[in-house]
Design a protein around this ligand. Structure first.
Ligand code: PMP
Ligand code: GLN
Length: 400
């Protein structure tokens, strides 16, 4: 899952004369995330950075003013442990409005430090040594280390080929009495594919009569294109009863640096979640929660996102239509995968670095997220950028 070759032993273990304390890494195979590696390389090379997923345009000034107001109104002490009530209520209202599923703001909604904390906390609260956790690769890179640090075993299922097809028979075959958790992600990072209603129904039938908990990572729930509807686990009662849904305001409201996300789940599951959350972070930045709570109550603030990002996707793809890259348009997320199979047979990790150094454009190679680093000659480009940046990027890509 990582780009740099990891250290297998600590420095101290390698060098016995060192005064460093002897220890054995709990995560010997973990290096620095590809997002950090590529963003750093982009900065060093002064390249256009379409690698790490973050917008280069500002958050709504109204939302920023709301945060300033909350600071002035002195929301500057600890927020309640599960989150400011105004935000929990707004989340519950949104879940009911979009997915007709009621979550109790008192007991079934928790505000977290981004989706990352929510994901880590779910895994920490439920996964014991030797428990199995099914993940689908290419997988977002925070899942596996969180499982491994708790002694769990990652059971990867590779989505097939360049179209990232799901093989539900393989899923059935990988489930056994040790399977504790399954992690799905729709819309999917890095592929830009989405799960269909038929997929979700199939999943519900597979999980029925098991005790498997589902973690449904839905951070891109508001970024689905071409008139399709996001198939939240909340829409399927048989899934919702066993599911934690995780989400990210950083992705929804263009402020990934604020680190505010949330998760929802049935009360019994959420009780266990809170036991870990309260001793991990206790509670999340208070003034930002108050502001997002007010902002989220206005549905237009998220309902306009599909059109907003689809325009960017289409602008970008139209601008590179004469390039030698090929693609299937992204169905969701703000990422577009491009194939370079007609350009070179270099490894994707090598080509991504060379594009950054020589052509001054940074992307993310997909193989780092795959089982056994399968390389399909695919790179991921983030199109959450201004038109100017996308036009400049396209000019470069057209010359490659
Ligand atoms: N899951 C996926 C699929 C992501 O792409 C990201 C990154 N935004 C996260 C989780 C983490 O989200 P956050 O930045 O809110 O921690
Ligand atoms: N989610 C972002 C991406 O996929 C990265 C977030 C991070 O760097 N931790 O690019």
């Amino acid at each position: 899952m990582y780009f740099e070759s990891p250290t297998t032993k600590s420095e101290a273990t390698k060098n016995p004369t060192s005064k460093m304390i002897q220890h054995t890494s709990k995560l010997p195979n973990v290096g620095t995330t590809i997002f950090t590696v590529m963003s750093q390389l982009a900065a060093k090379e002064n390249a256009i950075n379409l690698s790490q997923g973050f917008p280069n345009f500002p958050s709504d000034p109204k939302l920023i003013e709301m945060v300033q107001q909350a600071l002035r109104e002195n929301y500057n002490q600890y927020a309640p442990m599960p989150g400011a009530m105004i935000l929990r209520e707004a989340i519950a209202e949104k879940m009911e409005y979009l997915y007709q599923k009621k979550y109790c703001p008192e007991t079934e909604v928790v505000v977290t430090v981004g989706a990352t904390e929510a994901i880590y906390t779910i895994i920490s609260a439920f996964v014991r040594p030797n428990d199995e956790v099914i993940i689908f690769t290419p997988a977002y890179d925070c899942y596996a280390p969180a499982v491994e640090v708790h002694g769990g075993k990652v059971v990867p299922i590779q989505l097939k080929g360049k179209e990232f097809e799901m093989d539900w028979n393989e899923v059935r075959s990988k489930i056994n009495s040790k399977t504790k958790l399954m992690i799905i992600n729709t819309p999917h990072n890095p592929s830009g594919t989405v799960l269909s209603k038929a997929d979700m129904l199939e999943l519900a039938s597979i999980l029925e009569n098991t005790n498997i908990i589902l973690l449904s990572d839905e951070v891109y729930e508001h970024i689905v294109f071409d008139g399709e509807k996001h198939q939240s686990a909340a829409l399927f009662p048989k899934l919702a009863e066993r599911t934690f849904i995780t989400a990210s305001f950083g992705k929804t409201f263009h402020n990934t640096g604020w680190r505010i996300g949330y998760c929802v789940a049935p009360k019994e599951l959420m009780n266990e979640f809170k036991k870990v959350h309260q001793f991990n972070v206790f509670s999340v930045h208070h003034p930002t929660q108050i502001a997002i709570g007010k902002y989220l109550k206005i549905p237009e603030n998220y309902l306009q996102l599909p059109a907003f990002f689809q325009e960017k996707r289409d602008f970008f793809l139209n601008a590179i239509k004469d390039s030698r890259f090929t693609w299937k348009p992204s169905q969701g997320t703000y990422f577009q995968v491009l194939s370079y199979e007609h350009i070179t047979d270099e490894l994707d990790t090598e080509f991504a670095k060379r594009l950054t150094r020589e052509h001054k454009i940074a992307s993310i190679p997909l193989s780092v997220f795959n089982t056994n680093k399968e390389d399909h000659k695919l790179l991921r480009f983030c199109f959450a950028k201004t038109e100017k940046t996308l036009a400049d990027a396209a000019e470069i890509l057209n010359k490659v």
